[in-house]
Design a protein around this ligand. Structure first.
Ligand SMILES: [Zn+2]
Length: 231
């Protein structure tokens, strides 16, 4: 299929660029290494679970890492600097969260990427993370309308911003897990769960590479702000 072919070429180009351009550790800026040993170790999965309220009942969200420090920086460079080859370092975080969610047999449904974000980046981060965890992403969700930037919005405003922004298709009777890069307030995941349930899916859980800690350092706050651009 053409779109998949285009994706493969873009990802290959991004990976090739990472080889050509001077590189430094995505976690700590140590020169000449994409990810140093210490930062790789900091990405050892340490899964946490939280409940996110959604229409039809709360859903367990399992996250492989805390969105802070190395994990936050690595996610940012994958998302905003095109260093897609680093997604492999977050594969275990997704895989471990999936294992904890007891979702081995479920269909892995990535959060969709908006058309604007896909045009700008050339790749879809949640899908990339699913693949690097050894899974196969199945696109059941798409945007029904545009949403605003979530930056600077409080919990209620985020929920309003994403309400009824997604639709699901081909979901009847399927056991699914929603996969996203980061969970913050859970508003996006709740909307994905709503759309999937409305389309007849059985939502088992949601899984993310990282979860925003309830209390963040100022540095973590800045990273989150830099991270949460348009999806
Ligand atoms: Zn490092």
């Amino acid at each position: 299929m053409m779109p998949d072919f285009a994706r493969v070429v873009r990802e290959a180009c991004a990976d090739a660029l990472a080889l050509i351009l001077p590189v430094s550790c995505a976690g700590c800026d140590e020169p000449d290494v994409a990810l140093c040993e210490r930062c790789a170790l900091a990405l050892t999965p340490d899964p946490t679970r939280q409940l996110v309220e959604a229409p039809g009942g709360a859903v367990a969200v399992w996250s492989g890492l805390a969105f802070d420090g190395v994990a936050a920086r690595v996610l940012r460079v994958i998302k905003e600097e095109g260093r897609t080859s680093l997604a492999v370092a977050l594969g275990p975080a997704i895989a471990e969260a999936l294992a904890r969610a007891g979702a081995a047999d479920a269909v892995l449904v990535p959060m969709p990427t908006s058309r604007q974000a896909h045009r700008r980046r050339g790749y879809r981060v949640p899908e990339l993370l699913v693949r690097r965890s050894g899974g196969r992403p199945v696109r059941l969700l798409r945007y029904a309308r545009r949403t605003s930037d979530q930056r600077g919005l409080d919990r209620d405003a985020r929920a309003r911003n994403v309400a009824h922004s997604l639709v699901a298709a081909d979901a009847v009777g399927r056991r699914v897990v929603v996969v996203d890069d980061v969970v913050t307030t859970g508003a996006s995941i709740a909307e994905a769960v709503r759309a999937l349930r409305a389309a007849g899916a059985d939502v088992v859980a949601a899984v993310t590479a990282a979860a925003t800690p309830r209390r963040r350092s100022t540095a973590g706050e800045r990273l989150l702000d830099a991270f949460e651009t348009h999806r």
